[in-house]
Design a binder for this molecule. Structure first.
Ligand code: HAM
Length: 413
C-alpha cells in the first residue's frame, strides 16, 4: 500500500525548510524589538472556544474545523486560528491580573482549516500572529499595523497595501445592517449570500461574485459615530505619515465575528495571484468578556507564512548555507584523523561533512564534495597523518591551496 500526505498539507525540507527557519528567526528577532514575547498554546482546543469566539455562523466554524473526539466523547478541534487560544491562555493563567501594562504576545503556529486547497491556501498552514492586549487607543492600532508592514519589509517584501475599515460599535452595526438588508432585498445575489443574509449579512460585502451588484451599496463609514470616524482617520493619518500605502476599504469585514471597530488586511501590490492577502487582523474588544475574562480591549493580526514564502520564491531567504569543509580520506589511518578534525571543527560551529563510504575512490570523493557545494576541501592521506599538516583547497578562491597545521584549521576557515 502506498501512503500519501493528506490533501492541503506539505512536507517541508531542504531549501524550503531553511527559508522557513530563516523567516522564523527574523520574525522572532524583530518581534523582540517591539517588546513582544512568544507564546505557545496547545495544538488542539475545546470546540466551544472557537464557537464562542469566531462565531457559530462563520465559514470556519460551520465548515472548516478538524474535529477530534476522546474516549469520554469530549470534542476538540485542531486550532483553526490563534487569537482565541491566546485569550483563553491569558484568562486561564490570570496574566492580566498581575499588572496593568500591555500584554504583548506573538506566536508561530501551525493552524488547520478544511478549505479547498490551492496555491497559498492549505489545510495545514503556518501563521505568525500578534496580540496586543490591554489598551484601547488608536495609537495601539496604528503601531500594530505599522509593525505588520515592517515585518513584511524586513523579510524583503515591499510594495504592500493596507486595506482598512471600521465596523463600528454594536449600535452602529445594527443600524447599518438594517440599511444593508433593505438594499440587498432589491438585488440579485448568489446562493451563498442568500444564506449569509440571515446569518451574517456584513459578510456579503466581501463576496467576490456579487461585486457588480454592489456599486451603490451603503457605505459603513457614513454610519459610524463621529468618534469612530475620528479614531479611524487618526490611524490612517499616522500610517500615511510613516509612508504606508493605506486605503479605506468599506467592503472589508473579515471572516471572524470577534472583531469590533477597526479591521485591516495587507495585500501585495506586485503579486497578481488570488490569495495575495498576506495579513489580516483588527480590534476585538469584546472577546475576553465573552470567554469569561475581564473586560479587556485587544488588537492583533495574523500573517500567512506560506503566502509570504511564495512571494519570496527567488530571494536570498531561500538560499541554503554552503558547508565549510569536506574531508576526503584515503586510508584507514586518515579516517581516524578525519573523525578528529571534523569533531573539533563541528564543536567550533563549522559545518563539516566527510566521506563515510570507505570504498569510494579519490575521484568519487571529490565529486561528492562538489555535490555538497563545500567551500573548502582537505585530502587526508598517510603523509598528512604523519606530518600533522594538511592542504586546504579553497573552492571559493580559485582552488588556492594552503598548507597548514591541523590545530590551526579553524583559524583558516
Ligand atoms: P485570518 O484572516 O483568518 O485571521 O488569517 C490571517 C492570515 O493567515 C491570512 O491573511 C492568510 O495570509 C493566512 N491564512 C489564512 N487561512 C489560510 C490558509 N488556509 N492557507 C494559508 N494561509 C492562510 C486570523 O486568523 C486572525 N486570528 C488574525 C488575528 C490575530 N486577528 C487578531 N489577532
Amino acid at each position: 500500500m502506498k501512503y500519501s500526505k493528506p490533501r492541503g498539507t506539505e512536507d517541508i525540507y531542504y531549501e524550503k525548510f531553511d527559508a522557513l527557519e530563516n523567516l522564523f528567526i527574523k520574525l522572532k528577532k524583530f518581534s523582540n524589538n517591539y517588546n513582544y514575547r512568544q507564546i505557545i498554546t496547545p495544538t488542539f482546543e475545546n470546540i466551544n472556544l472557537f464557537k464562542t469566539s469566531i462565531g457559530n455562523n462563520t465559514d470556519i466554524v460551520t465548515k472548516e474545523m478538524f474535529l477530534l473526539k476522546n474516549k469520554s466523547n469530549d470534542i476538540f478541534v485542531l486550532k483553526p486560528e490563534g487569537t482565541a487560544s491566546v485569550a483563553r491562555a491569558i484568562i486561564e493563567n490570570k496574566l492580566y491580573n498581575s499588572s496593568n501594562k500591555q500584554i504583548k504576545f506573538f506566536y508561530l503556529d501551525s493552524l488547520y482549516r478544511y478549505e479547498r486547497p490551492q496555491r497559498g491556501r492549505l489545510r495545514q498552514f503556518r501563521q505568525f500572529g500578534i496580540e496586543n492586549i490591554g489598551i484601547k487607543n488608536y495609537l495601539v492600532d496604528a503601531e500594530t499595523i505599522l509593525f505588520s508592514i515592517r515585518c513584511l519589509e524586513i523579510l524583503g517584501i515591499k510594495n504592500n497595501i493596507v486595506h482598512i475599515n471600521s465596523l463600528g460599535n454594536e449600535n452602529t452595526k445594527k443600524i447599518y445592517k438594517e440599511k444593508l438588508l433593505k438594499f440587498l432585498l432589491q438585488k440579485e445575489i448568489c446562493n451563498d449570500c442568500k444564506i449569509r443574509i440571515n446569518n451574517n449579512p456584513l459578510r456579503i460585502l466581501d463576496c467576490k461574485k456579487d461585486q457588480k451588484e454592489f456599486i451603490k451599496i451603503p457605505k459603513i463609514y457614513n454610519f459610524l459615530e463621529d468618534k469612530e470616524k475620528k479614531y479611524l482617520d487618526n490611524i490612517i493619518k499616522l500610517l500615511k505619515i510613516n509612508n504606508i500605502n493605506v486605503v479605506l476599504n468599506n467592503n472589508l469585514v473579515r471572516g471572524l465575528d470577534y472583531y469590533t471597530e477597526v479591521v485591516f488586511e495587507v495585500s501585495n501590490d506586485t503579486s497578481n495571484w488570488s490569495q495575495n492577502t498576506l495579513i489580516g487582523g483588527g480590534r476585538y474588544d469584546n472577546l475576553y468578556k465573552k470567554l469569561g475574562g475581564n473586560d479587556c480591549p485587544a488588537f492583533g493580526f495574523g500573517m500567512g507564512i506560506e503566502r509570504v514564502l511564495i512571494l519570496l520564491e527567488n530571494s536570498e531567504i531561500k538560499k541554503y548555507k554552503n558547508i565549510d569543509l569536506f574531508l576526503i580520506s584515503l586510508s584507514e589511518k586518515s579516517y581516524e584523523l578525519s573523525f578528529k578534525i571534523s569533531d573539533f571543527l563541528r564543536k567550533k560551529n563549522f559545518i563539516v561533512e566527510m566521506n563515510l563510504d570507505n570504498t569510494k575512490s579519490l575521484k568519487q570523493q571529490f565529486k561528492l564534495s562538489d555535490k555538497y557545494n563545500s567551500k573548502n576541501v582537505i585530502i587526508i592521506g598517510d603523509k598528512e597523518v604523519k606530518e600533522n599538516r594538511v592542504n586546504i583547497i579553497s573552492k571559493t578562491n580559485n582552488k588556492e591551496i594552503k598548507n597548514i597545521e591541523i590545530n590551526k584549521i579553524n583559524k583558516f576557515l
